[in-house]
Design a protein around this ligand. Structure first.
Ligand SMILES: [Ca+2]
Ligand SMILES: [Ca+2]
Length: 119
């Protein structure tokens, strides 16, 4: 009857099975993914690793992605700089590693046309 539970009790971490994750969507380690809509929904327009991009950066497809990206998961360990224009020009926003569920909060919803890695 000693307080053994202090050690063995599950932390809040493990004791929240009723709490649905915000979104089940993930990216694989080393990947960046970008979706058409907030909360990682709609079309998945970008799914790349750094090695798949030229050194100067990656284009977002002009038909399937330009001015449409609304959420991003960055699992690259690098900062992803989203550019307002093709060719890494115009305004930009930097997204560090993590989940960016609504680019409206960064003032960059439906803007990105290209991106570069800063590692
Ligand atoms: Ca959008
Ligand atoms: Ca583009």
């Amino acid at each position: 009857m000693v307080a053994a539970g202090v050690v063995s009790a599950p932390s809040a971490f493990a004791s929240t099975p009723d709490t649905a994750p915000v979104s089940p969507m993930t990216a694989a380690p080393g990947e960046v993914r970008m979706w058409e809509d907030p909360d990682f929904t709609g079309s998945l327009y970008v799914q790349t690793t750094r090695g798949q991009c030229p050194p100067e950066g990656c284009d977002i497809d002009g038909w399937d992605g330009d001015n449409e990206i609304s959420s991003v998961i960055n699992e690259t360990g690098c900062t992803i700089r989203l550019w307002d224009l093709d060719g890494f020009a115009g305004g930009y926003v930097d997204l560090g590693p993590g989940r960016w569920g609504n680019l409206e909060r960064q003032g960059f919803d439906n803007k990105a046309e290209s991106y570069t890695y800063y590692c």
